[in-house]
Design a protein around this ligand. Structure first.
Ligand code: SF4
Ligand code: ZN
Length: 298
């Protein structure tokens, strides 16, 4: 089969359809889909100052690249924000790629580290708690804090359809349904200026599509994965979902579509008032925030 539009050699068969696209048409399709998601869910508006949570990986680099183009055309500003968790042999390499990418594309980049903020690295902390738990909680807290300091009003993350469908299922499996209220193309349940709104412009693009885009654009450097990834709960859910998708194409998309139907109900559920953490002052549903509790524990 040839490209649907120009009959040349295709590079990808789109998920959930029989459509195949060549390199150029796929790039157009991908970038249009990002712009469409931004428009449909009003993720970004004129005058916004958007922080892009970047890691040097394929998803966030693709996002940074596309938002940089859109920012110039649509009158908003962006800045890259990266967190160095201190994962030797992994984050040092991805951050090197990220710095080079930002320099080449003239994008401002700020890097903050666990070492400066929490006086330790993830490599040292993993003996005391599951790596992805520490990483997720501390990174989220640091991103929120630094975004406020930079006076950013939205934080864009590179989460794609695969990531989101995994999160939805993980919350089901762990009976954490309340946490799912925070998911969706715009993250958060409460309007509170202490929380920087998180947006996911790659929400409707699959892992396969983002990888293909990044590959065509040359954003994939040396292929390395986080050494802690193998042990994670997410990795098990990911493998299960990939297996299902293979046997029953459209599964991931169906998980997200069903989820988006019930999301308004979840968001409307009454939630406890947001307090300020007694230790660090960051927003929290309890007296002491998760990050401070974790730091104390480890
Ligand atoms: Fe952090 Fe876990 Fe991702 Fe590694 S796999 S970067 S530890 S969340
Ligand atoms: Zn705190």
């Amino acid at each position: 089969m040839a490209c649907k539009n120009c009959k040349t050699k295709p590079v990808i068969k789109l998920p959930n359809s029989n459509v195949q696209l060549c390199k150029n048409d796929f790039i157009k399709y991908f970038e249009r889909k990002v712009a469409k998601t931004i428009g449909k869910y009003k993720l970004i508006e004129k005058g916004d100052y958007v922080g892009v949570a970047a890691s040097g990986g394929k998803d966030s680099t693709s996002l940074l690249y596309i938002l940089n183009i859109l920012a110039k055309k649509n009158n908003f500003k962006i800045i890259g924000i990266a967190i160095d968790e201190g994962i030797k042999g992994y984050r040092d390499f991805t951050l090197k790629d990220l710095k080079e990418f930002c320099k080449k594309n003239k994008i401002n980049l700020k890097i903050y580290s666990f070492k400066d903020e929490f006086k330790s690295t993830l490599d040292k902390l993993v003996k005391k708690e599951r790596p992805c738990t520490i990483c997720g909680v501390l990174r989220r807290a640091l991103l929120n804090k630094k975004s406020k300091e930079l006076k950013i009003n939205k934080l864009a993350t590179g989460h794609n359809l695969d990531d989101e469908s995994q999160s939805v299922l993980m919350n089901y499996f762990r009976r954490n349904i309340k946490l799912s209220a925070r998911l969706g193309p715009i993250t958060g349940v409460v309007k509170d200026e202490r929380f920087i709104k998180r947006i996911k412009p790659l929400y409707f693009l699959t892992e396969k599509e983002t990888s293909t885009y990044a590959f065509i654009k040359g954003f994939i450097g040396e292929y390395i994965t986080c050494p802690y990834e193998v042990d994670s709960y997410r990795a098990s859910v990911r493998d299960m979902l990939n297996d299902f998708e293979e046997k029953y194409p459209g599964t991931k998309y169906n998980v997200i579509s069903s989820f988006l139907e019930i999301l308004p109900l979840l968001k409307n559920k009454k939630i406890a008032a947001i307090k300020s953490c007694k230790e660090c002052g960051e927003p929290s549903s309890q007296d002491i925030c998760q990050a401070c509790k974790l730091v104390k524990k480890i």
